[in-house]
Design a protein. Structure first.
Length: 318
């Protein structure tokens, strides 16, 4: 860890440990003056998830799909509330065309999976010597689905599809995208509010960090500032990128050393999450006074964006 980072982290710790009137340590903290702004943000309720499943089941009937399978990720979280990760061991949510959803997971993961469940209670576990795809097949059979079409969400891995095809040869594997995207592409007022809140966190953090930049700072210094700011404001899972000068022309950065200099372009790409809904915002600015050429380029890009904003209207094709 660089000396500058250590000093900044020490300042953060001091600011958290001492309550009351701001001390000299708090005044020096990189997050001094920032307070959480996500207290009014409410997570997605169980009732909302039930409505999502009902909508999915309605679309499944329209599409002639008997069940859909989801691996851990945003779709699983969207429908079930289960926040999990992917490994070589299958954990999957199955939504049948009718009835309650089910979850298949390793035996030793069941207690942890149940902790994050907000809907449904049918959990089918499997041991190391078991075939997890037989558990999926068994769940479907119990729902009266031995033949028909099962849809796989777009990010389901190939070995999962292959395992399911062998375990349930009577099922035709199709895409679940008409169902999953048919639900998720239409955002509720609650979802939009959460996305706006995540964006508010990131934009507020940008304004704060902009005023903290100093000559000689390296990308790691700026990313640490942005991470601590977004976290202090109430965002979670903060991710950050910062590129200076020539490196700002590279879409995903460079390993070459960089330091902020007067008149240098700074490109940042950052985001965070609020109750599972994310921000993803890039900002490009000049440290110090921009040159005439820099202003020309910035204005050109801004005009191009404005053309797109004005053309984006309900009913207009992308």
């Amino acid at each position: 860890m660089k000396r500058r980072e250590a000093l900044k982290l020490a300042g953060i710790a001091a600011g958290v440990a001492i309550a009351g009137a701001p001390s000299s340590s708090e005044a020096e903290s990189p997050v001094a003056g920032l307070k959480p702004i996500t207290g009014d943000a409410q997570p997605i309720s169980t009732g909302e998830r039930k409505a999502r499943i009902q909508n999915a089941q309605r679309l499944m009937k329209q599409q002639g799909i008997d069940a859909i399978l989801l691996e851990p990720g945003s779709a699983m979280l969207y429908f079930s509330g289960v926040s999990w990760w992917r490994s070589e061991r299958l954990t999957a949510v199955i939504i049948p065309r009718e009835g309650e959803i089910g979850i298949v997971t390793p035996f030793f993961e069941e207690p942890s999976v149940r902790e994050s469940m907000t809907i449904g209670g049918d959990v089918r576990t499997w041991h190391e010597h078991d075939n997890p795809y037989k558990r999926v097949s068994g769940f479907l059979s119990d729902r009266g689905i031995s033949n028909g079409r099962i849809g796989l969400e777009g990010t389901v891995r190939q070995f999962v599809a292959q395992g399911l095809a062998k375990a349930a040869p009577g099922l035709e594997i199709v895409s679940a995208e008409p169902v999953t995207r048919g639900c998720r592409m239409y955002k509720s007022a609650h979802e939009i509010a959460l996305m706006k809140k995540a964006n508010e966190v990131t934009l507020t953090a940008y304004r704060h960090v902009y005023g903290k930049l100093e000559p000689g700072m390296e990308p790691a210094d700026v990313k640490l500032l942005m991470k601590t700011a977004q976290t202090q404001l109430g965002g979670s899972g903060s991710w950050n990128m910062a590129l200076f000068g020539v490196a700002s022309a590279y879409p995903h950065g460079t390993s070459q050393p960089q330091k902020i200099e007067e008149g240098q372009i700074v490109l940042m790409d950052c985001g965070c999450s609020v109750h599972g809904y994310q921000s993803d915002i890039s900002r490009t600015f000049v440290y110090g006074e921009p040159s005439v050429r820099q202003r020309e380029v910035w204005d050109t890009v801004r005009k191009g964006q404005q053309v797109a904003f004005e053309a984006a209207k309900v009913g207009v094709a992308a």
